[in-house]
Design a protein around this ligand. Sequence first.
Ligand SMILES: Cc1cc2nc3c(=O)[nH]c(=O)nc-3n(C[C@H](O)[C@H](O)[C@H](O)COP(=O)(O)OP(=O)(O)OC[C@H]3O[C@@H](n4cnc5c(N)ncnc54)[C@H](O)[C@@H]3O)c2cc1C
Length: 458
Amino acid sequence: MNNWDVIIIGAGLSGLGAGIRLAIANKKVLMIEQHSVVGGLNSFFVKNGILYDVGLHAMTNFVPRGAPHHPLTQLCRQLRIPYEALQLEEQRASKIQFPGVTLTFTNQFEQFLSDVRIYFPQEIDGLLKLDAAVMAYDDRTLEPTPFISTCKTLPQWIHDPLLQNMLLLPLLYYGSAHTDDIDWRQFCTLYKAIYKEGFARPKGGIRPLLKLLVQQYHTYGGVLRLKTPIQSIVLEGNKATGVLLQSGEVLHAHRILSSAGYLETQALASSVTKAPQPTLSFVETITVYPQPPQALGLDTTICFFNQQSTIHYRTPESLIDLTSGVICIPENYGTHPAQKTTLRTTHLANYTAWKRLSPSDYAINKQSCLKQSRMHAFELSQGEEPSSVLGEDVFTPLTIERFTGHRQGAIYGSPDKRYNGSSGYENLYLCGTDQGFLGIVGALLSGISIANYRCLKG
Ligand SMILES: Cc1cc2nc3c(=O)[nH]c(=O)nc-3n(C[C@H](O)[C@H](O)[C@H](O)COP(=O)(O)OP(=O)(O)OC[C@H]3O[C@@H](n4cnc5c(N)ncnc54)[C@H](O)[C@@H]3O)c2cc1C
């Protein structure tokens, strides 16, 4: 079969969301993925017998079953997946840690308000007004909106620069593609997803969730081809009509949805492409210890830390910037006691500096960043670093680029989002990170909304 209603480039979360939606609507849909596994930026791998999640700290947007008008509920309905099948375990408590002040938040917004009341009593009215403004903002529209600086907008309601920075830190780290700032629209999306809704984790990590999504896609007749890199998009004039696989096979489709990224999709469609602008990228470390988190003094689910009073959310001069970052302990979800501890850390990184290293220096620096980062995490958590580890791994911006095709390892894509999915070519639309919805829930919703809007409407 060579003629499809829709071909989807990429079996990451946005591709899967779009694929299920289209298959449910009885479309002949083919999803094509270059790798041997699905998931893209949020996949899994096994190393020395240990299963690792590539990118799962938290599934944001947690709400209890049936909570109306929330993204998670909408997602389950659109994909016809029962809420229980997600097997979500809630976070215990997360922190925003700055010098001298730590704010705790859980999936109950009241907890966060009460901490703000204690440390910033003069700001509580402002926070409630900010909250009302964010909740009234329509961040789900597919209409394009111009960039609005949150750093310039926030002082309308929050006057203390320390609280401004504390509110910003988790949202920057979980979704901003802008240096030292975040678009107001993205701020509103992430504020709701993180502070108002909350964090959960599918039991067993990302693998069971991906399995569930692929099963659902197949149940409705969707076709998936793995290990199939697409070499280019076939055009007739300005109209996309199909894809050319690296194997030389050509497949035709009425519409093509691409989750590869805006510039990456342009490169597939044309030999003349813009040079990528420098983008923010990150290093992620993972270490597994044979003791439970409490025995190591690690009782927080996620800690967003910054060791200065201002935030430097920008590409560092050096390979990584240890002065701010994220520490995540996946075992600190749910209520069951854990046997081991997985310590995940995230730091801003410099793609060009990593790229310049020789292969041997690259390996040495990866190992040294891993050691420094976890030592730092234990110091910040005032925990005890054990001498033995069960397993460890590090991803640099180069790893992310190599495995997902995202140039410069840009997890949050281009700063310019294309909310309506337009690619500049007829019948070719973007979904995923560069369309503007980020993270697991965001990417799934991006796929669903672009499938609905560009392929099913009318
Ligand atoms: C280290 C890390 C930590 C993260 N932590 C979290 C978290 O805790 N919570 C959260 O919600 N989100 C997190 N994220 C972000 C989240 O994973 C992404 O926002 C989301 O997965 C993006 O999905 P996507 O479908 O837009 O893109 P992708 O996952 O990148 O999917 C695109 C797919 O297209 C494929 N592709 C590209 N080009 C081609 C081609 N030419 N031919 C065939 N296939 C192609 C790629 O291989 C890839 O599988 C994290 C990401 C990383 C890397």
